[in-house]
Design a protein around this ligand. Structure first.
Ligand SMILES: [Zn+2]
Length: 462
């Protein structure tokens, strides 16, 4: 039970009710502790954790210093690696959670699926958050990826990562984005401090909202610069430190967080690493002891991940079988059960919210149809085909992902498109069939432009 991650308190209940054995909680802790020590034998906690990881098929990388002391440890579950190969596009990295007994940062590397459920790609325990350490960590991730690279990596503004990501995953193949949620939080907090502390929280919030937030969400670079200039003009007089802070800290990286720039990046909606936060909170509940030894942390994390993989599989299954009533009509009819229901939902929600003008970024950021395209297709009664959307949204079986759209696949895609069109025509009824037949016939035989095609079905055509 200990290995399966069952808490001593639950173990006690199970044993007492099912096994007819009576143990109090203290006895359960003692038994667990003794079992762990027996299993460890001569090994220390680190060796024991590594032993467990190897036994479970993990991919492990480690670094030692000149005294042969472990400094950095990276480990990836075999299922994580499979999922990463299916969904390599966006990677989130978060290192703020210090959980182990030694107070070393526990870094989580998270991947994104088409069903709004993230998965843990790997974990690392590192000694120092330096450029060198992160470079090593990123090379470990690169090792898992093989010959693909992620389109986007989202992180906090961590110096070590800022310097190392362009080295290991350079532009233009990989774009490094800063988590907008963290950027905003930093700005709000710093404004508050510079304005005179907690008492000025509301003022700080208002200034952030009026200038920074507006700039961050501006669709155009012009709009972004206008808001920043306005802020600088007003606050150079009122509190120049705030202007220096924004200039020094955030404007040098503006392309990594402001929407007018990130709207041109294929980030699948991940402009913040909030998903990492939520994965943290569920991980926290798994970390019963809070500050356990490395092997205990490892075991708890392992159980957490197995649980998370099951959730992802569950969500994929649900997504395939979800009956979206809104998608019965064109243009999404053919997408049902082929792409994730989240993709359809995202597109239809976008179209429903469309007011006067469409930003037309959705195709770039998500690989989906944007609102104006959907509205137009609806008006024309046109259908969308799965192949028109990014392969990410069609990867609903991570063990058997559809192949990437390469040149060699084009012919098969065209055939599939043709098959779908014939289905669509038949579904529309006899008049549509007649028109499509004429279009096809005269397209194939332009010379017979004046020949009447026999309408009867008794086989005397021509
Ligand atoms: Zn559009």
């Amino acid at each position: 039970m200990r290995k399966a991650g069952v808490r001593p308190n639950q173990q006690k209940t199970t044993l007492n009710t099912e096994g007819g054995v009576h143990h109090d909680i203290k006895q359960m802790y003692n038994i667990n502790s003794k079992t762990r020590l027996d299993e460890m034998g001569e090994m220390d906690a680190i060796q024991f954790a590594l032993h467990g990881a190897e036994h479970r098929g993990y991919h492990i990388c480690l670094q030692k210093d000149s005294n042969n002391v472990l400094t950095n440890l990276f480990f990836a579950h075999p299922t994580s690696i499979q999922m990463l190969h299916a969904w390599p596009y966006v990677i989130l990295i978060d290192s703020t959670y210090k959980t182990n007994r030694y107070g070393w940062p526990w870094v989580e590397i998270i991947g994104v699926t088409p069903v709004k459920k993230n998965f843990n790609i790997a974990c690392a325990i590192i000694k120092q958050e330096t450029k060198e350490t992160y470079e090593w960590l990123l090379r470990c991730i690169k090792g898992l990826l093989g010959d693909t690279v992620p389109n986007v990596i989202v992180t906090d503004k961590e110096g070590g990562l800022l310097a190392s990501i362009p080295v290991v995953f350079p532009l233009p193949h990989t774009v490094h984005l800063l988590c907008l949620w963290h950027v905003n939080n930093c700005v709000k907090q710093k404004f508050e401090v510079l304005l005179g502390g907690i008492a000025k929280r509301e003022v700080a919030q208002a200034v952030w909202k009026k200038y920074f937030d507006k700039a961050a969400w501006s669709w155009t670079e012009e709009g972004f610069l206008q808001k920043i200039n306005e802020f600088e003009r007003v606050w150079t007089v009122k509190n120049i430190k705030m202007v220096h802070y924004v200039r020094g800290e955030w404007l040098p990286h503006q392309t990594m967080w402001a929407k007018c720039y990130t709207n041109h990046v294929f980030h699948l909606g991940n402009t913040s690493s909030n998903r990492v936060e939520s994965s943290h909170s569920s991980f926290k509940t798994f970390l019963v002891s809070g500050r356990g030894a490395i092997d205990t942390c490892f075991a708890k994390n392992h159980n957490y991940m197995e649980h998370q993989f099951l959730e992802v599989v569950n969500e994929l299954h649900k997504s395939l079988n979800r009956n979206l009533s809104r998608a019965i009509e064109p243009p999404c009819t053919f997408l049902r059960r082929v792409v994730s229901s989240e993709a359809i939902k995202l597109m239809l929600d976008g179209a429903a919210e469309l007011k006067d003008s469409c930003a037309c970024h959705f195709q770039m950021t998500h690989g989906l149809k944007c609102a104006c395209q959907i509205v137009q297709a609806k008006e024309e009664g046109r259908q969308f085909y799965a192949q028109e959307l990014h392969v990410f949204w069609r990867t609903l079986d991570y063990k058997n992902p559809p192949r990437q759209q390469q040149v060699s696949d084009e012919i098969e895609l065209q055939r599939e498109h043709f098959r779908r069109l014939t289905v669509e025509v038949e579904e529309r009824g006899p008049e549509a069939v007649r028109q499509a037949r004429d279009a096809l016939f005269y397209g194939l035989h332009p010379a017979e432009d004046n020949v009447e095609i026999c309408e009867a079905s008794h086989g005397q055509a021509g």
